[in-house]
Design a protein around this ligand. Structure first.
Ligand code: B12
Ligand code: SF4
Length: 499
């Protein structure tokens, strides 16, 4: 066994005690609203899976820094890390800078450090090559890999690390990768975590309500992953083109549990592609409709979900409306017919039909638009996108999400469309509400002006915060960010993509 593989530091006297593990959901530097604080389903799922697979010898808990911050106690994280043997942090792109700080701190304190989530799933080699204070990277679905890692750490059989699929670690200075993560067969039932008080929905709502942001809707998922496996998708390296479906009884059980909690009014299906399998979606909606008819589920219990325009049809809309859908998020992205055809395989007429079909059935639409970064997009397209959104009404009757094109790095590299240039490399700003790229034909100030106009004519500032003039100046003048922890990236093609 190589000495360069790190063993967990167990500093206290008793060597037979439980291994103490913290999973951390980090804060971000530029939160959109209310710290963007929602129940972290991925970390909850890992906690449930580990507790079930390892009923003794492991104590695993969640630190939600955003929730702590809303409750005024962010500095607790440092003290809590002191109690841990293993610190696992979750990160998407804009969470990565804070995740780095936490992992560095944990490493300094002699803890075993693990990074998982969307960002590390797309950047594992970059992380192993550049950040020696990250001991392990879990790429992809995390439950099985993380649980096996804990087993190895607990038993100190470090020679077995290489057998863990989805795990990156170092051996004699080289990154070792055990192969693509093993996908679960069943999505863990996290309802127990609500029942036993590990997750308190009231805490999330209390924090949210003060800023009148969250309205009693609990996030959930019926399916996990998307069969699409599109090249540009951040989630593709996590789910690897495979979708898992939860048994429908299991989802109804969760809904029936939530309806008895006073402050919960419904659920938000966060599925990437709930409508990918129409048969499954049909069964789910019919089961909800029947449960409501039979009086098992309150008729007013509602839900939000997402759909691609292409996946939606009149039958699905009818069923979703009858089952209690109050809002559907749609990725519209652009109104330019040729980009729509190329990118989404749909016509503008189809988009209009799906959006108005939803509204006719009393479902609020939540269409998303991308400003800049798409090859062939013009200033007129951006103005048209604003007008198109406004033609359906204004916030809150419709809930348009205006976003800037955001090229999330993959293995430390930005992949940009031809002619696009990057104006911001500080990942703290990668929350889709800051301009990151532009082009000579469509410069930053034009994109920002069109974005602001779209927000103004849809009256949607509450869900589309505007960047300050200061940010525009930073972007236009290429002012470097003074924060020294901001990582730097290359623009060349990544050389290592074998995962
Ligand atoms: C729900 C959600 C939100 C919620 C908040 C979620 C929360 N916990 O608070 C809200 C709506 C507030 C939100 C906000 C944002 N989100 Co969001 N969100 C999602 C969504 C739809 C679902 C997340 C989820 O629950 N997934 C299900 C669980 C099971 O998956 P998971 O979290 O990835 O976890 C698994 C693995 O990744 C891994 N894993 C994760 N963490 C760890 C940690 C360790 C130690 C280990 C071992 C493993 C591990 O194991 C888990 C279980 O298998 C995802 C898309 C998606 N399908 O995941 C986007 C997504 C994560 N969001 C995204 C973005 C960009 C944002 C925003 C920055 C921008 C925006 N305008 O939406 C903001 C800001 C977030 C912030 N903190 O600033 C992007 C991230 C892109 C990227 N490459 O970084 C995603 C991928 C959507 C997308 N396709 O673009 N989001
Ligand atoms: S269809 Fe959407 S969610 Fe599915 S892989 Fe493609 S981009 Fe990602």
């Amino acid at each position: 066994m190589s000495t360069s593989i790190k063993a967990p530091s167990v500093k206290r006297e008793c060597t037979h005690r439980d291994l103490k593990v913290f999973l951390i959901k980090p804060t971000v530097k530029y939160p959109l609203a209310n710290e963007d604080c929602d129940i972290p389903l991925g970390l909850c799922s890992i906690i449930k899976f580990v507790r079930e697979s390892m009923p003794s010898g492991i104590e695993i808990d969640l630190i939600d820094e955003r929730l702590n911050k809303l409750n005024g106690g962010i500095n607790n994280t440092e003290r809590e890390i002191d109690q841990a043997d293993v610190v696992g942090v979750s990160a998407c792109t804009n969470e990565f800078p804070r995740a780095l700080k936490l992992l560095k701190l944990a490493h300094t304190k002699g803890k075993v450090t693990v990074l998982g989530g969307v960002f590390p799933s797309g950047n594992p080699y970059y992380l192993m090559d550049n950040y020696p204070f990250i001991d392990y990277v879990v790429a992809g679905e995390g439950e099985i890999a993380f649980q096996k890692l804990l087993e190895v750490l607990k038993s100190n059989r470090l020679d077995q690390l290489k057998d863990i699929k989805g795990l990156f670690f170092r051996q004699e200075g080289q990154s070792v990768f055990g192969g693509k993560a093993e996908r679960l067969v069943n999505i863990p039932r996290i309802i127990d975590l609500y029942q036993n008080g590990t997750i308190d929905t009231a805490e999330y709502f209390r924090a949210g309500r003060e800023k009148s942001y969250r309205v009693g809707i609990v996030p959930t998922m019926a399916t996990r992953g998307c069969p699409g496996n599109c090249k540009i998708c951040s989630m593709a390296p996590v789910w690897q083109g495979k979708q898992l479906q939860r048994p429908i009884d299991n989802i109804l059980e969760e809904m029936m549990f939530f309806q008895n909690i006073d402050h919960v009014l419904g659920v938000n299906f966060k599925d990437d592609e709930l409508f990918a399998n129409k048969e499954y979606a049909r069964k789910l909606f019919l089961a909800i409709i029947n449960a409501k008819k039979e009086g098992k589920l309150d008729k007013k219990f509602k839900f939000k979900c997402k759909s691609r325009i292409k996946s939606m049809n009149q039958e699905m809309l009818d069923l979703a409306a009858q089952a209690g859908a109050y809002c559907i998020q749609y990725g519209v992205e652009t109104t330019n017919p040729s980009i729509l055809k190329e990118m989404k395989g749909v016509t503008l007429e189809q988009v209009r039909k799906v959006l108005s079909g939803s509204m006719e059935r009393g479902i609020t639409i939540n269409p998303t638009f991308i400003f800049g970064g798409l090859e062939g997009q013009t200033e007129q397209d951006l103005l048209d996108a604003g007008d198109f959104a406004a033609s359906f009404g204004q916030y809150p009757d419709i809930k348009p999400y205006m976003t800037y094109y955001t090229p999330h790095p993959r293995d430390g590299h930005f992949s940009l469309a031809a002619g696009t240039r990057i104006r911001q490399t500080d990942l703290n700003y990668f929350n889709h509400k800051h301009l990151i790229v532009d082009s000579e034909e469509l410069p930053a100030d034009v994109i920002i002006a069109a974005y602001r106009r779209a927000v103004q004519i849809t009256n949607s500032g509450a869900v589309n915060p505007l960047t300050s003039d200061n940010y525009t100046n930073i972007v236009m003048n290429n002012t470097p960010n003074p924060d020294s922890t901001v990582p730097t990236y290359s623009f060349e093609e990544p050389t290592r993509r074998e995962q």
